[in-house]
Design a protein around this ligand. Structure first.
Ligand code: IPD
Length: 287
C-alpha cells in the first residue's frame, strides 16, 4: 500500500482512538465506585447516566481536543463540537451503561472517527472481556492483535441472533412483538446489553446476526465498521443504509433474509389485546 496522506490520517486516527478507548476503559474498570448510582435520566426513568459516563466522556474529549483541536465531536453525554477539519469523532463513553451500573461484564467504550460522513476507524474496547476490537476502512478487523472474521451464514433457522431494546415502553412493546415472531424461526436470541459489543460479536463469529431498532449513532458507529471489515453486511430496512431507524448486521446470505423477515414482521392483534391491527409496513417500524 502506498503511504498516502489518507493512509497517514487513518493511522493517526486509529492510534488516537485506541489510546482514548484504553485510557477511558482503564479508568472505568479500576475506578468504578462500589456505590455507583444514577446521576441523571434521559429519555425515560430507565435511560440512565452515571457519574462515570460523564467522567469517561470528559476524559476522551479532553484527550481528543488536546491532540486534534480542529476535529468535531459527537458524544452520547452531550459533547458536541462542529470542528473545522472534516473529521468527526463519535463517542459512546460507556455502551452498556445498565450492565456497568449493575456490575455485569458486558460494557465497552466505543469510539469512531468519520470524515465527510464516512467512518474511517472504529474501536470498541471491552475491559472486562480483555478484548479490544478495531477496524480501519479497507484494513480488516482485529480483536486484540488477531484478525477477526464473521462466521459463514447458516440457514435462517440455525442463526443465533442478537438484539436489544430501547428505553421507551411503547417501543419495547413493539420490539417484543417483532421478537415474538422471530424466536420460533431462529436457533435462539441473545440480548447482551451493549450494541457495540453485539456488532463486534457478529464480527468475531460469536453471533450470526444482530438487529435493533432505535439505536443512536454513538451506539453503532464503531461497531458498524468493525462488523463490515470482518465481512458482515450492515444496513437498515431493505435497500436502505443503517441508521437510527434500524441496524442489521450479518454475513451475506443471512443479512438479506433477516432484513426481509424484519420488514415483514406483523404484530398479531391476538398477541396484544387492544393493540393496533397488523399492517403491511410491519409493526417493527412504527413508533
Ligand atoms: C444501549 C445499549 C443497549 C441497546 C440500547 C442502547 P447505552 O446503549 O447499546 O444494548 O439495546 O438501545 O441505547 O445506553 O448503554 O449507551
Amino acid at each position: 500500500m502506498t503511504d498516502t496522506a489518507d493512509d497517514r490520517l487513518v493511522a493517526e486516527l486509529l492510534e488516537l482512538a485506541l489510546e482514548a478507548a484504553h485510557r477511558a476503559g482503564d479508568f472505568l474498570h479500576h475506578s468504578r465506585p462500589a456505590d455507583l448510582g444514577v446521576a441523571a435520566t434521559k429519555s425515560s426513568a430507565v435511560d440512565v447516566v452515571t457519574e462515570m459516563d460523564i467522567a469517561s466522556e470528559k476524559l476522551i474529549t479532553g484527550l481528543l481536543a488536546d491532540r486534534r483541536p480542529d476535529d468535531g465531536v459527537l458524544g452520547e453525554e452531550g459533547a458536541s463540537v462542529a470542528g473545522t477539519s472534516g473529521v468527526q469523532w463519535v463517542i459512546d463513553p460507556i455502551d452498556g451503561t445498565v450492565n456497568y451500573l449493575y456490575g455485569l461484564p458486558s460494557w465497552a467504550v466505543s469510539i469512531a472517527a468519520r470524515k465527510d460522513g464516512e467512518t474511517l476507524v472504529g474501536v470498541v474496547h471491552a475491559p472486562v472481556r480483555g478484548e479490544t476490537y478495531r477496524a480501519a476502512l479497507g484494513g480488516g478487523t482485529f480483536v486484540n492483535d488477531r484478525p477477526a472474521r464473521v462466521r459463514p451464514a447458516p440457514a435462517f433457522g440455525l442463526a443465533l441472533v442478537g438484539t436489544g431494546f430501547g428505553y421507551l415502553a411503547e417501543r419495547r412493546a413493539r420490539q417484543a412483538e417483532v421478537l415474538r415472531e422471530l424466536v420460533p424461526e431462529v436457533r435462539d436470541i441473545r440480548r447482551g446489553g451493549s450494541a457495540a459489543i453485539d456488532l463486534c460479536d457478529v464480527a468475531t463469529g460469536r453471533l450470526d446476526a444482530y438487529y435493533e431498532r432505535g439505536l443512536n449513532h454513538w451506539d453503532y458507529a464503531a461497531g458498524d465498521l468493525i462488523a463490515r471489515e470482518a465481512g458482515a453486511l450492515t444496513g437498515g430496512r431493505p435497500g436502505e443504509p443503517l441508521s437510527p431507524e434500524l441496524t442489521v448486521a450479518a454475513p451475506p446470505g443471512l443479512f438479506e433474509a433477516l432484513q426481509a423477515r424484519l420488514d415483514g414482521a406483523r404484530c398479531s392483534p391476538t398477541s396484544r389485546p387492544g393493540g393496533p391491527p397488523p399492517t403491511s409496513a410491519g409493526c417493527g417500524w412504527r413508533g
